[in-house]
Design a binder for this molecule. Structure first.
Ligand code: PLP
Length: 392
């Protein structure tokens, strides 16, 4: 089945008791048994819930995977992956991770004796230096936040396999519509469903998808044993959101490209008040070729810095936006803007932040599915609020 058909139908069957075309919200904690052990496959709702089952099957299908598991947040899903490991195991992760993932690795799991290496992976070969017989997991994110770095999934998968390590890919920024890491050799795909898959800024949820049955058995065990499961109403909302995932992603991509190349090619780069622009679709993006190879489109995330690089100027632009809402998160139908230096990456000292390329004026946009002309007009009027004081 093609993606659009799966988005509408995968995992969802008419409800057996009524024929309801929409999977009901099974808002129940338990299921009645005729006699002990004589039940219909459902015993207790932490372990199984029909609304969750439908969603798990749907997300698995979208990622071209056999098995799917949903969790109460993206971090709940990542937490479950790390619980596959034992003390003295090592993890090689990309250095440019979602802040919450980095915090979970360093501040929660290091004290259980798991060792994490954070490695720049713009060249996949870099990881060889850190791989050894204790390396059990390689963890990557691509595109990354907020500079949209791209990692070659296939190359990292090949090296991981050589060392007998599992490869997990956080596919949140791409969504399964743009990129399916299992097809490129990854063992586990992770999503913050909160973002593009949910798509409507109304649910916090995570998911894992895999093809290997032994892995699926371990995740089924951990999902039940640790208990970070999503609620049925949230599963329903995400099932509903998924039905338009392909349409939304097309709109996000189209708007992203339109804004980057409005009226003239590279409009944004040539804007007198903008210094640099990060978008995987730009031929100047350092890993544009890898993005072209492994992604079906370039997504709706883009970041830029101002010629006049200061926190004040960035805040001025963001406060002037009328359509782009200033908020954490991304991937919803509405456009958002964020300021890494004072929001997601505020805990990193300025010198270190700048070394990683996160300048004070860096603004990240999550381009929604509104009309691109209105978004561009908003961008123009907000940029008009600042005055450049260039050195003469
Ligand atoms: C938001 C996000 C997460 C964490 O997901 P939650 O649903 O907020 O727990 C992990 N990875 C990436 C790339 C994210 O954007």
């Amino acid at each position: 089945m093609k993606f659009a058909t799966k988005a509408v139908h995968a995992g969802v069957e008419p409800d057996p008791s009524t024929g309801a075309i929409m999977t009901p919200i099974y808002q129940t904690s338990t299921y009645v048994q005729a006699s002990p052990g004589n039940h219909q496959g459902y015993e207790y709702a932490r372990t199984q819930n029909p609304t969750r089952d439908a969603l798990q099957a749907s997300i698995a299908a979208l990622e071209n995977g056999q098995f799917g598991f949903c969790f109460s947040s993206g971090l709940g899903a990542i937490d479950t992956v790390i619980k596959l490991l034992n003390p003295n195991d090592e993890v090689v992760a990309c250095n440019d991770l979602y802040g919450g993932t980095y915090r979970l690795f360093r501040r929660v799991f290091e004290k259980y004796g798991i060792k994490f290496h954070f490695v720049p992976m713009d060249n996949a070969e870099n990881i060889r230096t850190y791989m050894n017989k204790n390396t059990k997991l390689v963890w990557i994110e691509t595109p990354t936040n907020p500079l949209l770095n791209i990692i070659d999934i296939q190359e990292v998968a090949n090296i991981s396999r050589e060392f007998g390590a599992l490869l997990a890919v956080d596919n949140t920024f791409a969504s399964p519509y743009l990129q399916t890491p299992l097809d490129l050799g990854a063992d586990i795909v992770m999503h913050s469903v909160t973002k593009y898959i949910g798509g409507h800024s109304d649910v916090i949820m995570g998911a894992l998808v895999m093809n290997k049955e032994d892995l699926a058995q371990q995740f089924a065990f951990l999902q039940n044993a640790c208990g970070a499961v999503p609620a049925p109403q949230d599963c329903f909302l995400v099932l509903r959101g998924i039905k338009t995932l392909h349409l939304r992603m097309e709109a996000h991509c189209k708007n992203g490209e339109k804004i980057v190349n409005y009226k003239i090619v590279n409009y944004l780069i040539n804007h007198p008040k903008i210094d640099k622009v990060w978008h995987p679709g730009l031929p100047t993006h350092p890993n544009h070729d890898i993005a072209k190879k492994q992604m079906k489109g370039f997504g709706g995330m883009l970041s830029f810095t101002l010629k006049d690089d200061s926190i004040e100027q960035a805040i001025r632009v963001m406060e002037s936006f009328k359509l782009f809402s200033l908020a954490e998160s991304l991937g919803g139908v509405e456009s958002l803007c964020g300021h890494p230096a004072t929001m997601t990456h505020a805990s990193i000292p300025k010198a270190e932040r700048e070394k990683a390329g996160l300048k004070d004026s860096l603004i990240r946009l999550s381009i929604g599915i509104e009309d691109a002309d209105d978004l561009i007009a908003d961008l123009e009027q907000a940029l008009a609020q600042i005055h450049i004081s260039l050195p003469n």
